[in-house]
Design a binder for this molecule. Structure first.
Ligand code: FAQ
Length: 311
C-alpha cells in the first residue's frame, strides 16, 4: 500500500541510494524533477543561441572550431536531459511544446545579448563556471538518470569553462583595446551569472523540499558564495577586475562578502522581460517549425521499417 511504498522511498533517500525510473515515487517528487530537468534541458538548447551568434565571426579558424564544438556539446546536453526527463513519464514532444508555449522556463542568463567576441570568453568562464558549481552536486542527486547524466555533462562543462577562461586570459593580457573589451564583457556578465543560482534562500520556493529529497544538495546562496570565492581567485591571472566595490574577504565567515545581484531584475527576466527573451523564443520556434519536415520524414521512415518487418 501507499504508506509502505512511501516508507521504502524514504528509506532509499535516507540511505543515499538512487531512485530509478521503475521505482515508486511521490507524485510531487516526479513533478519537481520534471520541472527542474526540463528547465535544465531547455536552458542547454536556448543557451546555444548567444554563443551561436559568434560562430561566423570567431577571430580565427581555431577559435571557430572550438566554439562550434562547444555549441554542439550544449545540444548534446539538452538531448541527454530530455532523455532523462522522459524516464519520468513525459515525452520529448510534450516538453518542447511546454517550452515553445512559454509554460516551462529556461535559465535567465540566456536572455542577455552577446555584444562582442569577449562575451564568448565571459560566458565560458562565468556561465559555464556557475553551471559547474551548480551541477557537480547534482551528480549526487537522488534520481539516478539525472545524476548519471550530470557526470558527463560536468566533464564537458569543465572544458567549456577552460576555453572561456583562456579567451579572457588572452584578451585581458592583450592590447589595451582587447583588455577593455574583456573588462566590458565581465562587467555585463558578472551579476547575471550570480543570478543564475536563483533567488536568495529565503525566497526560494522549492529549496527546502528539494533538499529533503536530496535533489538539491546545497542551497542557492551556498552555491552562489562558492562561485564568488572561486572567481575572486581566478580573476587574478586575467589582469581584469570583478565589477563589485563591495567585494572583500571576511575572516570571520571564511568567505568573501559581495554585492548581491538585483533579484527584481532576475524575476523580471524570468517573467519574459529580459533584453532577448522574445528573440530567443522566436528563434527557437522558427527552428522547430523549420524542422517539421525532418520529424515527418523520420516518422514516415520508421513506419515503413515497422511495416516491412511485419510482412
Ligand atoms: N532562471 O525555488 P527556486 C547551462 C525559478 S546552466 C530562470 O530556488 P529551484 C549550461 C525557479 O525555476 C543553466 N528561472 O527553484 C550552459 C522557480 O520557478 P518555478 C541551467 C529561475 O528549482 C552554459 C523560482 O524561480 N542549469 O545551461 C532561475 O529549487 C553555457 C523559484 O526558485 C540548470 O537548470 C534562473 N536563474 O532552484 C549552456 C541547473 N532561478 O519553476 C549553454 C538545474 C530560479 O517554480 C551555454 N537547476 N528560477 O516556476 C537547478 O539547479 C535549480 O532549478 C535552480 C533553481 C538552482 C536553477
Amino acid at each position: 500500500d501507499e504508506a509502505a511504498l512511501q516508507a521504502y522511498f524514504d528509506a532509499v533517500i535516507a540511505a543515499d541510494q538512487k531512485i530509478e525510473p521503475r521505482d515508486w515515487m511521490p507524485e510531487a517528487y516526479r513533478r519537481t524533477l520534471i520541472r527542474q530537468i526540463a528547465q535544465h534541458a531547455h536552458s542547454e538548447i536556448i543557451g546555444m543561441q548567444p554563443e551561436g551568434n559568434w560562430i561566423t565571426r570567431a577571430p580565427s579558424l581555431k577559435r571557430k572550431a572550438i566554439l562550434l564544438a562547444k555549441v554542439q556539446d550544449e545540444a548534446g546536453h539538452g538531448l541527454y536531459l530530455y532523455a532523462a526527463a522522459e524516464t519520468l513519464g513525459i515525452t520529448r514532444e510534450e516538453l518542447v511544446d511546454l517550452l515553445i508555449s512559454g509554460r516551462q522556463k529556461y535559465s535567465s542568463i540566456f536572455n542577455y545579448p552577446t555584444l562582442s567576441w569577449a562575451d564568448v570568453g565571459a560566458i565560458g568562464w562565468l556561465v559555464d563556471g556557475a553551471a559547474i558549481v551548480n551541477q557537480v552536486p547534482l551528480c549526487r542527486c537522488s534520481y539516478g538518470p539525472y545524476a548519471r547524466a550530470m557526470i558527463r555533462v560536468c566533464k564537458e562543462e569543465s572544458f567549456h569553462q577552460r576555453q572561456g577562461y583562456e579567451i579572457m586570459h588572452v584578451l585581458g593580457n592583450g592590447t589595451p583595446a582587447q583588455r577593455a573589451m574583456a573588462q566590458d564583457a565581465l562587467n555585463r556578465w558578472w551579476y547575471p551569472s550570480l543570478a543564475m543560482f536563483g533567488p536568495p534562500d529565503a525566497d526560494s520556493t522549492h529549496s527546502a523540499q528539494s533538499m529533503a529529497w536530496k535533489i538539491k544538495r546545497f542551497s542557492n546562496d551556498e552555491l552562489r558564495q562558492r562561485f564568488v570565492d572561486m572567481c575572486v581567485d581566478q580573476v587574478k591571472a586575467l589582469n581584469l577586475t570583478l565589477p563589485d566595490d563591495g567585494l572583500r574577504w571576511n575572516d570571520e565567515r571564511g568567505h568573501h562578502d559581495y554585492t548581491e545581484p538585483d533579484f527584481d531584475e532576475l524575476m523580471d527576466v524570468v517573467r519574459g522581460n529580459g533584453p532577448c527573451n522574445r528573440q530567443r523564443m522566436a528563434h527557437r520556434k522558427a527552428a522547430h517549425d523549420n524542422g517539421a519536415w525532418v520529424r515527418e520524414a523520420a516518422a514516415a521512415y520508421a513506419a515503413k521499417k515497422t511495416s516491412a518487418k511485419e510482412t
